[in-house]
Structures are given as structure tokens and as C-alpha cells.
Write a protein that binds this ligand. Structure first.
Ligand SMILES: [Fe+2]
Length: 201
């Protein structure tokens, strides 16, 4: 059985800012109260593999972990594969730019439920809507603020132009993966990626 849910939002930011928000792993456990930890195991210009730990719904003192893979399929499509409680899921996010400067984003969630896991259907059905609205609300100020500063000529790791008269965006907004992270970022602490040996002192 496939549980299939779709959500649509219009937002007055560019698709590049929407994708930046999805691929900015740095904010996950700072902005979203549901995340406990998030290791990024591998990442390149098209894909990442992560291992996330989130608080269990309704029992926040319990948490569960799962592997997750994100794929930037093309400039309008981002796909996430995951396995929460061994339930395979596929989330597809697509963007469409509109004439009025808005971007439409469609979020398509699919869960494959079989055997006894079919009993989870009503629970996931309820929870995914709650989770989607919560995460959307938590991310909204980040996206709007990012769009605002980019329109003022902000450059990552450089800031805004010194002169106020220069604070206008001159180029099209670029989106390039992977998004640079600070050195020693909490996202880059996956133990097997460290150069540690039992023989090391
Ligand atoms: Fe987020």
C-alpha cells in the first residue's frame, strides 16, 4: 500500500533560495525543534547521504534515527529517499516559477507500507501534515531573509557591499552544491569520516 500526500505553497522567493534552504544542512538542528542530530556522511554537487536523528512524534523524550539520501535531479526537482522505522519513503519537491515573482513549490510524499506497517497509515497520514506545516513555518523566515539580503548584493562569507549605494543585486541568483560549511561543522562529525586509528595515540 502506498500512502501518498501532496502539499503546495506559493512563496515570494526564488527557487534558488528554496533549494538553498533544503541543502543548507547547517540549520537543521538549530532551526527545527524536531531534529536531535544530523550527520552528513557524503555530499557532492548532486547528492548527499545523511544519517539523521529526530524526536519521535508525541513522545519527544524518544528519538529515532534513519539514513537519508537527497538528490538534486535538476533545477526544478529535488528527491529524498529515506527509511524511517524501515518504512521506505520518497519525497519529491518541485518548483515552478510564476509570472508575479512567486515560486510554487509542490511537495509529494510517498510511503510504502506493507504487512503490519499498514496499521501506521492513519498515524503517518496525520503526522506528515503536521510535520510539513511545522517545518514550512520554521523555514519561512530563513528563506525570506536570504532572498532579502541576496537582493541587497549579499555574498556568502563576504557580507553586504560596504557602500549603501552598491546594495543592489546585479546578477541572477546562483545555486551551486555543495553549500560551503564552516570548518568543524557539527554536520561533518560522522565518526567513520575521521582519520582515527586504534593504533593512534
Ligand atoms: Fe529547514
Amino acid at each position: 500500500m502506498i500512502l501518498h500526500k501532496k502539499f503546495k505553497y506559493d512563496i515570494s522567493v526564488s527557487k534558488e533560495v528554496i533549494w538553498w534552504n533544503y541543502w543548507d544542512h547547517e540549520h537543521l538542528d538549530i532551526v527545527h525543534s524536531g531534529y536531535k542530530s544530523a550527520d552528513i556522511i557524503y555530499e557532492n554537487e548532486k547528492v548527499y547521504l545523511g544519517y539523521f536523528t529526530v524526536k519521535a512524534p508525541f513522545v519527544p523524550f524518544l528519538s529515532f534515527s534513519f539514513p537519508i539520501m537527497g538528490v538534486y535531479e535538476n533545477e526544478n526537482t529535488y528527491v529524498v529517499h529515506s527509511f524511517q522505522y524501515s518504512i521506505p519513503s520518497k519525497f519529491t519537491f518541485t518548483t515552478k516559477e510564476k509570472d508575479n515573482g512567486q515560486t510554487e513549490i509542490e511537495m509529494d510524499y510517498k510511503f510504502h507500507l506493507k504487512g503490519l506497517k499498514i496499521f501506521f497509515y492513519p498515524f503517518i497520514n496525520f503526522f506528515i501534515k503536521k510535520w510539513n506545516h511545522k517545518v514550512w513555518k520554521e523555514d519561512l523566515p530563513l528563506k525570506k531573509r536570504r532572498q532579502m539580503v541576496l537582493d541587497l548584493g549579499f555574498k556568502d562569507f563576504h557580507g553586504l557591499p560596504d557602500q549603501i549605494k552598491d546594495r543592489v543585486r546585479k546578477d541572477k541568483i546562483q545555486f551551486k552544491l555543495p553549500i560551503p560549511r564552516p570548518r568543524k561543522s557539527p554536520r561533518d562529525q560522522y565518526i567513520l569520516n575521521k582519520n582515527i586509528s586504534n593504533f593512534e595515540k
